[in-house]
Structures are given as structure tokens and as C-alpha cells.
Write a protein that binds this ligand. Structure first.
Ligand SMILES: NC(=O)c1ccc[n+]([C@@H]2O[C@H](COP(=O)([O-])OP(=O)(O)OC[C@H]3O[C@@H](n4cnc5c(N)ncnc54)[C@H](O)[C@@H]3O)[C@@H](O)[C@H]2O)c1
Length: 256
């Protein structure tokens, strides 16, 4: 039985994780905490899942690492700078080899738990080297507090790595005048456009353009339930990861 704790347990994602864990025969929901609750009951868990907010997650993560707890982080906002900060928290700025490193907890930061979204990112990275242009449109419900989404930032980073390996420079763009934000945010050289609209859940299009053709890779999360199979993969698989920080579900899904 894997003992699971949830941070952000009263939220949309945290409460669904609680229900999902309760209904899995090999998992036990041992502790739930939200704002104002003590985190102490989480100490007895094999793995803690954090679905809180970008403002709260780093303090929670530091506490989990100090407590030696394997931690799955679903909260968004992990751009390059924040991932570097997380690596610092996890590795403590110390030796990354030897006994101290081996006893370090595992921290798995997952920008998107949807298996379809993970595949969309993989396919986008595979395709990116063949097209001179690549832009991302991410569309989310109006309650999302951060933009661009963690998924789009990670997709942009993966596309940038693929483009750089293929020797591709910036995409063609003749824009000389624009209103602020009209061309979106630029993440690792890739333009990312964020839509916030009532009625949506989580959606993303990766637009690739070349000579006389375009390729669009689109993923839609239509219900938060789409994230739960990935959460289960993370909760069940985190102990098999190397100690320290891992980003993305790819290795647990056999895609890395
Ligand atoms: N990785 C993914 O696949 C994925 C999928 C959906 C949402 N998200 C992200 O997960 C996060 C949560 O999303 P949500 O829709 O459930 O938000 P939400 O606002 O419904 O829930 C967040 C919960 O965290 C609680 N919280 C805030 N600070 C806390 C703290 N310090 N300690 C404990 N609890 C705290 C809040 O009270 C709230 O109940 C967001 O960052 C969202 O973008 C990620």
C-alpha cells in the first residue's frame, strides 16, 4: 500500500486526487492539507502530491524535501528559473554524488499529467526540426492565475532544443510595429499566445509552418479527470526514479 498525502486538498485538482487515491486499491489517502492546516500529518506518507498555487508551491516543496518526502508537484509556474530554484531546493547546493545524494528524496515536477498532452509535447518536439516556424496557442479556463501555462512553457523549451539541434534560427517574422502582447510571450525564442475563456478546461495547439504547408498538433483536456491516470503513474512510479529532481512524466511513460 502506497501512503499518499495531498497538499491543496480542497482545490479542484487536489480534491479529485483525493477521490482518485481513495478508489485505487493499492493506494491509501493518509493525509490531506489545505491553507491553514498543519502539514505534520504528511510526514507519514510515502509520497506527497502538491496541487496548490504558484505562490505557495516552493515553500511546500522546501518543507517536503526537508522532511525527506518523495513529492509529485502538479502546481504550475515551473519555468526555467523556477526549475533551477527547485533543483537548488532538492539538491541543497551540495554534492550530487555519494551517500547523501542517494538518500535524497525524489521530486517529480509534472507540467501536465494528461498522457495526451505529454504525447502532444513529444510529437511537437519531433516535428519542430522540420519547420521554419513554430508558435504555440494555449487556451485555459478563466480561473487560471498564471500565463503562459506550464505545459506551453515546457513545449516551447522542447521545441527550442529541437530547433537548436537542427541548426534553425529564429522563425521568419516581419513584424515591426505591434501593440504590447500582440505577438504573445516569447519563451525560449518561441511565441506563446494565452487565451483565458469561461467554458474551457485546458487546450493547446502547436502550429508549425514550412514551405507551402502547416502542421497543427492539438490537444484538449475536456475534463480534469484526464489528469488522473498521469497522477497515478507519478504516485506509483516516483520511488523508481533517481533521487533528486525529475521533470515530466516522459521517463515513467517510456518516452524518454
Ligand atoms: N500539472 C497538471 O497537469 C495540472 C493540471 C491542472 C492544474 N494544474 C495546476 O495545479 C494548481 C492547482 O490547480 P486547481 O485548479 O486545483 O487550483 P485551486 O485554486 O482550485 O486549488 C488550489 C488549492 O490549494 C490550496 N492552497 C493554496 N496555498 C496552499 C498552501 N500553502 N498549502 C496548502 N494548500 C494551499 C488552496 O486553498 C486551494 O484549495 C494550479 O497551479 C494549476 O495550474 C496542473
Amino acid at each position: 500500500m502506497i501512503k499518499v498525502g495531498v497538499l491543496g486538498a480542497k482545490g479542484r485538482m487536489g480534491s479529485l486526487v483525493g477521490q482518485t487515491v481513495r478508489s485505487a486499491a493499492d493506494l491509501e489517502l493518509t493525509a490531506e492539507a489545505d491553507v491553514g492546516d498543519s502539514r505534520d500529518p504528511l510526514r507519514g506518507c510515502d509520497v506527497v502530491v502538491d496541487f496548490t498555487s504558484p505562490a505557495a508551491v516552493m515553500e511546500n516543496l522546501a518543507w517536503c524535501v526537508r522532511s525527506g518526502l518523495n513529492t509529485v508537484v502538479g502546481t504550475s509556474g515551473f519555468d526555467g528559473a523556477r526549475l533551477a530554484e527547485a533543483a537548488d531546493v532538492v539538491h541543497g547546493g551540495t554534492d550530487t554524488t555519494g551517500a547523501a545524494a542517494a538518500s535524497r528524496p525524489r521530486v517529480l515536477v509534472v507540467p501536465n499529467f494528461s498522457v495526451g498532452a505529454v504525447l502532444m509535447m513529444t510529437f511537437a518536439a519531433q516535428a519542430a526540426r522540420f519547420f521554419e516556424s513554430a508558435e504555440i496557442v494555449e487556451l485555459h479556463h478563466a480561473g487560471k492565475v498564471d500565463a503562459p501555462s506550464g505545459t506551453s512553457a515546457r513545449t516551447a523549451a522542447m521545441i527550442a532544443v529541437a530547433r537548436s539541434a537542427a541548426g534553425l534560427g529564429p522563425g521568419p517574422d516581419a513584424t515591426t510595429t505591434q501593440l504590447d502582447g500582440a505577438r504573445g510571450a516569447v519563451v525560449d525564442g518561441v511565441h506563446v499566445h494565452s487565451v483565458r475563456l469561461a467554458g474551457l478546461v485546458a487546450h493547446q495547439e502547436v502550429l508549425l509552418g514550412g514551405h507551402g504547408e502547416t502542421l497543427t498538433i492539438r490537444h484538449d483536456s475536456l475534463d480534469r479527470a484526464s489528469f488522473m491516470p498521469g497522477v497515478l503513474v507519478a504516485v506509483r512510479g516516483i520511488a523508481s526514479l533517481p533521487p533528486g529532481l525529475t521533470v515530466g512524466l516522459d521517463s515513467l511513460l517510456g518516452l524518454a
